[in-house]
Design a protein around this ligand. Structure first.
Ligand code: IMP
Length: 195
């Protein structure tokens, strides 16, 4: 099996991807001896995904992919976007971010928002980008205890539940990350089917 690095330290993300890319030997940063916290200082999701994938390819000469996700709120001109993880400041909690967003949205009637994930794949000297989007709206208060991040205030279009209220399998089927990963898997599985 061909080795493919997923530029993450997150064990859950790694496990999830391994179950989808069964024909590839997917390894995380720790497994290639990379303990570095790669600085993600690009001003868009594409840039950050590329920074992480390129870091591994440049320093370890291995095929690699990396992801970056943001919540883009229409009435806030796409914020928090690329700053979703640290919207309420460096070292803030998921809940701090939710509280800040609810405050910023107070009195705003246009609640439209979307989650967007970008995956950058460096494979045999070529770079490929994959995008997954889920449209929805920001509620006025938190609902549900599941998930993480902005899940308690994000209700995907066509559903009465927030991401935090639905079973994980349902979320994974329709989510930004689920959709981006499905495109990556389709591309990689197509390559392995051909060989
Ligand atoms: P990352 O690029 O996957 O690390 O995501 C960046 C930030 O976006 C996270 O720290 C969360 O605040 C938010 N985020 C990413 N994915 C989700 C999700 O599925 N639900 C809620 N928030 C998310």
């Amino acid at each position: 099996m061909e080795k493919l690095v997923f530029a993450t330290h997150n064990k859950n993300k790694l496990e999830e991807i391994r179950n989808i890319l069964k024909d590839w030997d997917v390894v995380g940063l720790r497994e290639i001896g990379c303990e570095t916290d790669i600085i993600e200082d690009a001003d868009d999701l594409e840039g950050n995904a590329k920074i992480k994938a390129n870091y591994v390819t440049d320093n370890y000469h291995l095929n690699c992919f990396a992801d970056d996700t943001g919540l883009e709120v229409e009435a806030l001109n796409g914020a928090p976007g690329v700053y979703s993880a640290r919207y309420a400041g460096e070292g803030c909690s998921y809940h701090d971010n939710v509280v800040k967003l609810l405050k910023a949205m107070k009195g705003i009637t246009n609640r439209k928002a979307r989650f967007r994930t970008v995956i950058a794949l460096n494979l045999n000297g070529e770079q490929h980008l994959f995008e997954g989007i889920v449209n929805g709206r920001i509620l006025e208060e938190e609902h549900g205890n599941g998930g993480f991040g902005y899940d308690p205030i994000f209700q995907p279009d066509g559903f009465d539940d927030t991401f935090a209220e639905m079973p994980m399998e349902t979320k994974n089927q329709i989510s930004h990350r689920g959709r981006a990963v499905a495109k990556l898997a389709e591309f990689l599985n197509f390559l392995t089917d051909k060989s």
